[in-house]
Design a binder for this molecule. Structure first.
Ligand code: NAD
Length: 427
């Protein structure tokens, strides 16, 4: 099949490369000329394990360009995978989706199927159809479909090549046939729906996962007050197949480019449609509180925070990605700085991106440099590298042997034995 993917970010580039891996010709488009230049040189603008190797393997089926027009001329299906960032009021900003739809429609000279892969609020498909109809100067046939993406940064390749399920929505028999042809070889369940349901499946799924995280964080707070251990509680709950163990890790709350913004967008679109989604508002509030509670814990550990040096381990919103968008580290570090703390930090891959958002931070080459003379060490992202630290060495480097473990990566008993003042979450 001849495919185009507009947007070469975490979703677009991975999708494009995976489509090529399945044998299709793929044109990857981005309006960021510097990204396209890098890709043409075989460089990857993001950190995603396995992506470079898979791209190198399929280069002969991949074309990179800044021209949506070129992509429209040369492909039958055009996936829109541009960003849909939040507006200040939480609504999704869909201007890039509109621009792409309009550009494709003005250019198309033969039938095209335009597929929303970006996460968009329910009923966006109608807007895309309308925009395309208005700009369809050559009066050609076209269809619109929704095909939300469920990949996770850090495991994006595997998630794309072996998804739990593929969801798409369309009201066109022709489009359904094309998407079935594309995805059937994967051998996973395919859920084919109308466009609205498909759009909603994405927002509902992400909000549900966010809800699980806020739920266990709320439980963690009760555990702390009652002497229970949230990890044991999560294990006991998670073995119930109706509940499941995943997304029941208590911590400092969720971040990243998906959960916070999709949750907000789902709340806003529900409101617009006349439904007050109170449950999701609580999920958001618990998540914000969780970061504030953690800052309070750090400040209690070091007593007077002003002038103290806090060492931060992990900046990315989760391990195995360099993505700093809506990372909890940002709120936590800024709150500590506001109260007068000096910050040292290390992350295995996200420090270049962190430098653009977090100022007045001393970025270090490794975790031991961070620990050197710090008044407290804070675990923010649960990279494997931190789980294997030489804790005896860390203790000898710290000015005060205090650790605030926002991801529960260490065993409290072992930490006590080693002589640390240790504070985890919910245990
Ligand atoms: P991203 O910011 O990494 O990538 C978006 C790309 O689109 C950028 O490279 C940008 O330059 C390009 N772009 C923006 N406007 C454009 C335009 N008018 N023409 C051409 N290119 C344009 O974002 P992402 O993380 O890949 O997310 C893309 C969408 O997928 C979002 O809606 C997001 O919610 C959704 N999503 C993301 C993930 C994830 O884990 N990152 C997972 C599932 C779904």
């Amino acid at each position: 099949m001849k495919l185009a993917v507009v947007g070469t970010g975490y979703v677009g580039l991975v999708s494009g490369v995976c489509f090529a891996e399945w044998g299709h010709q793929v044109i990857c488009v981005d309006n960021d000329a510097s990204k396209i230049d890098m890709l043409k040189k075989g460089q990857i603008p993001i950190y995603e394990p396995g992506l470079k190797e898979l791209m190198d393997k399929n280069l002969q089926r991949l074309v990179f360009t800044t021209s949506i027009e070129e992509a429209t001329d040369k492909s039958d299906i055009i996936f829109i995978a541009v960003g849909t960032p939040p507006r200040p009021n939480g609504e999704a900003d869909l201007s890039a989706v509109e621009t792409v739809a309009a550009t494709v429609a003005r250019r198309m000279k033969s039938y095209k199927l335009v597929v929303e892969k970006s996460t968009v609020p329910v009923q966006t498909g109608d807007r895309v159809k309308q925009t395309m109809a208005v700009n369809n100067v050559n009066k050609v046939e076209f269809d619109v479909a929704s095909n939300p993406e469920f990949l996770r940064e850090g495991t994006a390749i595997e998630d794309s090549l072996k998804p739990d399920r593929v969801v798409f929505g369309t009201d066109s028999v022709r489009a359904k046939k094309m998407l079935l042809e594309l995805y059937s070889p994967l051998g996973c369940p395919i859920v084919a729906t109308d466009i609205q349901s498909s759009e909603l499946i994405k927002h509902a799924s992400n909000s549900f996962l966010a809800m699980k995280i806020s739920f266990i964080n709320a439980v963690a707070n009760v555990c702390e007050k009652s002497g229970a251990n949230v990890e044991q509680v999560a294990e006991g709950m998670g073995l119930d197949r109706r509940i499941g163990r995943s997304f029941l890790n208590a911590g400092i709350g969720f971040g990243g480019f998906c959960f916070p913004k999709d949750l907000q967008a789902f709340i806003r679109i529900s409101e617009k449609l006349g439904y007050d989604f109170k449950l999701l508002k609580a999920v958001e509030e618990i998540n914000e509180d969780q970061k504030k509670l953690f800052v309070k814990k750090i400040e209690e550990l070091v007593w007077n925070i002003s002038g103290k040096t806090i060492g931060i381990l992990g900046l990315a919103f989760k391990p195995n990605t360099d993505d700093m968008r809506f990372a909890p580290s940002i709120d936590i570090i800024e709150a500590l700085q506001k109260d007068g703390a000096k910050i040292k930090a290390y992350d295995p891959v996200s420090m270049d991106r962190a430098r653009q958002v977090l100022k007045d931070v001393q970025y270090c080459d490794n975790p031991y440099d961070v620990a050197q003379d710090a008044d407290c060490l804070v675990i923010v992202t649960e990279w494997d590298e931190f789980k294997k630290l030489d804790l005896v060495r860390i203790k000898s480097l710290l000015k005060v042997p205090a650790i605030a473990d926002g991801r529960n990566i260490f065993d409290p008993d072992k930490m006590k034995e080693l002589g640390f003042i240790y504070q985890g979450i919910g245990r």
